[in-house]
Ligand binder design. Structure first.
Ligand code: PHB
Ligand code: FE
Length: 321
């Protein structure tokens, strides 16, 4: 591996993948590539890096900001600078390199591990975590190796992930103190006790200890329904390679919607409880949640979709009004 094990004067290692190199100091990530360089504040960089890794480079494009990011080709990954930035493109200053997914993952995981200080949790809301800044101070492996919860059958049923909405589970989040914790009564016919189930979904989600991290709570063929709790800013600007649906379950999220390729503004969407939105396949978006909110993200996991949209065999918007 081309990584150095020596630490710099702040205690941090430097990393590289292909022509990209990454260094950190007390406040910033410094990214360089042949022909350019870029600086990101460490809190934003680590929050984006955390999600890029744990979502396996996600659907389509993960913009860390308006300059740096990754594009998932499902098996290989582009790492880019300025590729989806109209200004960089106009001056031919963009740079992109393609890697096997495993190669980028190994470098990104090692970087996240080395650069995350004790007390900083990249998944936590800013009000609920310590600082990422300063010279190197311990680490936080427990936080950065969390796995998303994936249900095998209806959540809470025998053989699936335990619900843990009792004393053994996470405490109810400070901003969801008003969410009822009552559980529904289930009266199954004899013999169907292992097939019929119900639980208080709001109560369950009110105990999430992470932000902007959709967990698959139902998977039926390609349909993946993912619940997540949101507070502050979605740490990535997501460039879609398929349509995705949002259902705002509680509180409010403000979305900036931009053209996926150039970043040109397209819409502002303020979602209130009960609102449903279809995010088109040709946009990028970033959400702002002024207080902790609950969002349901509905993804279509069909691997043939990106190509169908890219070749314009499907319209980018699923509904015409
Ligand atoms: C999205 O990019 O659509 C997205 C990602 C994470 C969330 C919510 C939405 O928590
Ligand atoms: Fe998205």
């Amino acid at each position: 591996m081309p990584q150095t094990n020596a630490s710099n004067e702040y205690g941090y290692r430097s990393f590289s993948v292909g022509g990209f190199s990454f260094e950190r100091d007390e406040y910033f990530a410094h990214i360089k590539w042949p022909g350019g360089s870029h600086t990101m504040p460490m809190d934003a960089f680590l929050r984006a890096l955390m999600r890029d890794i744990s979502w396996s480079f996600f659907y389509g494009i993960v913009n860390f900001d308006q300059v740096f990011g990754t594009t998932n080709h499902y098996g290989n990954v582009d790492v880019f600078a300025g590729l989806y930035n109209a200004g960089y493109r106009a001056q031919n200053k963009h740079h992109v390199e393609n890697f096997k997914t495993e190669e980028v993952r190994a470098v990104f995981e090692a970087m996240l591990d080395d650069w995350t200080n004790e007390g900083f949790d990249p998944f936590a809301a800013p009000e609920e975590t310590g600082t990422p800044f300063g010279p190197k101070r311990g680490g936080n492996r427990a936080a950065i190796t969390r796995k998303r919860l994936v249900a095998n059958r209806m959540t809470g049923m025998k053989g699936d992930i335990p619900l843990r909405t009792d004393a053994a589970g996470n405490p109810v989040n400070r901003q969801f103190a008003d969410v009822s914790q009552d559980e529904p009564e289930v009266h199954a016919e004899p013999g169907f006790e292992n097939e019929v189930h119900a639980f208080n979904f709001f109560g369950y989600v009110s105990r999430s200890d992470v932000t902007w991290n959709p967990s698959v709570c139902s998977a039926v063929k390609y349909s993946q329904v993912c619940a997540t709790t949101e507070e502050f800013i979605l740490p990535i600007i997501h460039g879609n390679d398929r349509v995705e649906w949002f259902v705002q379950l509680s509180d409010e999220i403000h979305w900036d919607i931009q053209d996926r390729e150039s970043g040109a503004p397209r819409a502002r969407v303020v979602m209130k409880p009960g609102d449903v939105a279809a995010m088109p396949a040709d946009i990028r978006h970033q959400g702002y949640s002024p207080k902790r909110s609950m969002l349901l993200v509905w993804e279509n996991n069909d691997a043939t979709l990106p190509d169908l949209y890219a070749k314009k065999k499907l319209k980018p918007n699923p509904v015409d009004f």
